[in-house]
Design a protein around this ligand. Structure first.
Ligand SMILES: CC(C)(COP(=O)(O)OP(=O)(O)OC[C@H]1O[C@@H](n2cnc3c(N)ncnc32)[C@H](O)[C@@H]1OP(=O)(O)O)[C@@H](O)C(=O)NCCC(=O)NCCS
Length: 209
């Protein structure tokens, strides 16, 4: 079984030195605390448990930004859940499941730098990496941004690592026009697998006029 290659980066901030680690092991995650304001998806304590679980999955990967033994940012990668259509295609599909930065560090390039460090591993080029951006996960209240502005920010963030917007008739994506599906086809992904993934984009007839 192939494994991920770890890389790290340090970022000097007024609050101290933030360490970005591309592959955070379950043991390290267990030992770290988590900023309690990281609750975009679920309460912080439960989010940390979810990170540990993801780090234990085959091909699961958790990138973290750490400050003084505390998680202040994370990005998760895992194979698509079996109930999702994305699991029905080639097996080299990876989902960027979530990205979150603690509110006190937002808009200071931690999110983008975590993504850059995650994609430093050449093995990422063996995968089609997708992300489903649903507006109900976005911090519209905290940022005061309109849903369309936030959509634009998410698109730009993901474009930093080569993700492109994909049209699809997937029901949840189509349930609100601000939701987006994006994907990055790694350089080493065979054409046949790209075609097989593309076949998954339109399956239901939703979203087609
Ligand atoms: C989305 C999120 C992860 C971004 O992380 P971040 O560290 O704040 O983002 P960065 O500082 O790296 O900024 C990346 C880009 O977004 C823009 N951006 C980020 N926050 C912004 C804001 N509040 N207003 C305007 N632009 C913003 C930056 O200007 C930058 O744009 P550029 O690449 O064109 O220069 C973070 O805001 C967050 O945790 N939000 C809550 C959870 C969430 O919405 N997750 C996404 C759903 S999976």
């Amino acid at each position: 079984m192939k494994s991920w290659h770890n890389s790290t980066r340090t970022v000097q901030t007024e609050a101290g030195v933030i360490k970005i680690v591309s592959v955070t092991s379950p043991e390290v995650l267990e030992a770290l605390s988590i900023d309690i304001m990281m609750k975009a998806f679920r309460p912080a304590k439960r989010q940390k448990e979810a990170l540990v679980e993801i780090s234990r999955l085959e091909d699961g990967k958790v990138t973290t930004a750490q400050l003084d033994g505390e998680i202040i940012g994370y990005v998760t990668f895992h194979p698509p859940d079996s109930f999702q259509r994305w699991s029905q295609g080639p097996d080299n599909v990876l989902e960027l499941g979530a990205i979150e930065v603690a509110p006190r560090f937002r808009n200071t390039k931690i999110g983008v730098q975590m993504l850059e460090v995650s994609f430093e591993d050449e093995r990422m080029n063996d995968f089609i990496v997708l992300t489903t951006e649903y507006y109900w996960h976005w911090d519209l209240e905290g940022t005061g941004m309109h849903v369309w502005e936030y959509r634009d920010v998410m698109r730009r963030i993901m474009e930093h690592i080569g993700m492109e917007v994909k049209d699809t008739d997937e029901e949840e994506i189509c349930s609100h026009p601000a939701n987006i599906l994006m994907a990055r086809y790694g350089e080493n992904v065979p054409e046949k697998m790209i075609r097989s993934f593309d076949d998954l984009l339109f399956m239901d007839g939703f979203g087609i006029l």
